[in-house]
Design a protein. Structure first.
Ligand SMILES: Cc1cc2nc3c(=O)[nH]c(=O)nc-3n(C[C@H](O)[C@H](O)[C@H](O)COP(=O)(O)OP(=O)(O)OC[C@H]3O[C@@H](n4cnc5c(N)ncnc54)[C@H](O)[C@@H]3O)c2cc1C
Length: 330
């Protein structure tokens, strides 16, 4: 089985950068989400003859940044509280207004973006699933009516803003590294909110970064989950679930994929025990190859699959997983 990797390369800057800045708001510690946004930011910047500017607190790998799309870094010291970061960026971006600001559609990203948009009087499209430039303006694509329609939204404000759904933008191949400028900012603590403790029920990035994901629905028995985990380990896969599975408490909510869960873009997605309802499969639209296994020859899952196997997941996995383990190891 041929498993597809990223096809397109991160766009390179064109011209003298006078077309304006596309500022990408980097979330602390969310490498995968940040690199998705940078790929989109670099593409928009190239389309307007501008530059892609990343705002971030800690940089783990300076070498990789340019390849991911960065032409300038606004590196901020101090607090990373949403209110403080928004205030800090307002100061910098009012002095030198960008063409657009992109933020991750995560809890933190949404909070910073909403506060920044209000402070700057900028139009903000929330939870976009795609971005493009048309007539020199930013067009953000946003699902409506439960995802059955995609609306094209433009802002009328000078600075255009959008938050983007994590996991929905395609992974891009890095462009060759080049030099980039760094500007230092300071986020001064002044927030009325004090964060006493942070807790996540799971590591969301583990799923977001996975090349291979097994999606589990209620058609499997919960007592079979250890066996499915062993199959996943054999091919280096992460597990995700339908909402019915997370509602039943078989897996953490952070593993839910779909319209009210996460969007993911693995190179290979194996769906078992799920009927493939739209509310679930909308979250795997950016997956590379989708393989479905279901005994029902008429289920909805087939319309989302590249390869469908009509049958029981266990019988299919007994044959498929050892072959896949060999293929993926090469
Ligand atoms: C507002 C709203 C938001 C929602 N958001 C989400 C969301 O974000 N994510 C999400 O997933 N859902 C979401 N849902 C629920 C969604 O509509 C579906 O109900 C849900 O995805 C179905 O889950 P399922 O496929 O696990 O179960 P089912 O639809 O019951 O499918 C089980 C499948 O397992 C198959 N099966 C049985 N035995 C086997 C076997 N041995 N091997 C292989 N297959 C077998 C059956 O043939 C069946 O097709 C949402 C619903 C609403 C109303």
């Amino acid at each position: 089985m041929q498993v597809e990797g990223p096809v397109d390369e991160v766009a390179r800057p064109v011209g003298d950068g006078g077309g304006g800045d596309v500022v990408v708001l980097g979330e602390p510690g969310r490498h995968r989400v940040n690199s998705e946004l940078l790929g989109a930011g670099a593409g928009l910047a190239a389309a307007i003859g501008g530059r892609c500017v990343m705002s971030i607190d800690v940089v783990d790998d300076w070498e990789a940044l340019s390849g991911q799309g960065v032409d300038r870094v606004l590196r901020h010291a101090g607090t990373t509280g949403a209110e403080d970061v928004a205030r800090m960026l307002e100061g910098r971006l009012t002095r030198d207004p960008p063409w657009a600001v992109l933020a991750p559609g995560t809890a933190w990203g949404r909070e910073v973006a909403a506060r920044l948009a209000t402070r700057m009087g900028a139009g903000l499209t929330g939870d976009a699933i795609g971005l493009e430039v048309r007539d020199g303006r930013l067009v953000a694509f946003k699902p409506a009516f439960g995802g059955r329609m995609v609306a094209e939204i433009t802002c009328t404000s000078a600075v255009q803003m959008a938050t983007v759904r994590p996991g929905i933008l395609p992974a891009l191949r890095p462009r060759p590294n080049g030099p980039f400028a760094v500007e230092h900012l300071e986020a001064v603590p002044g927030s009325r909110t004090r964060i006493i403790e942070r807790h996540r029920d799971d590591d969301r990035d583990q799923l977001a970064n996975a090349d291979v994901v097994i999606g589990v629905g209620v058609g499997v028995d919960p007592t079979d989950l250890p066996e499915i985990e062993a199959h996943a380990a054999a091919i280096g896969a992460e597990l995700c679930a339908t909402r019915r599975v997370t509602d039943a408490g078989w897996m953490p909510r952070a593993r839910q994929v779909g319209i009210t869960g996460h969007s993911i873009a693995p190179r290979l997605y194996l769906a078992i025990g799920t009927s493939g309802k739209f509310n679930h499969t909308v979250g795997i639209r950016s997956a590379g190859t989708v393989v479905g296994i279901n005994p029902d020859p008429d289920c909805e899952l087939w319309s989302a699959c590249d390869i469908g196997m009509v049958g029981d997941w266990r019988a299919a996995f007994d044959l498929l997983i050892p072959r896949l383990a060999d293929e993926l190891a090469q």
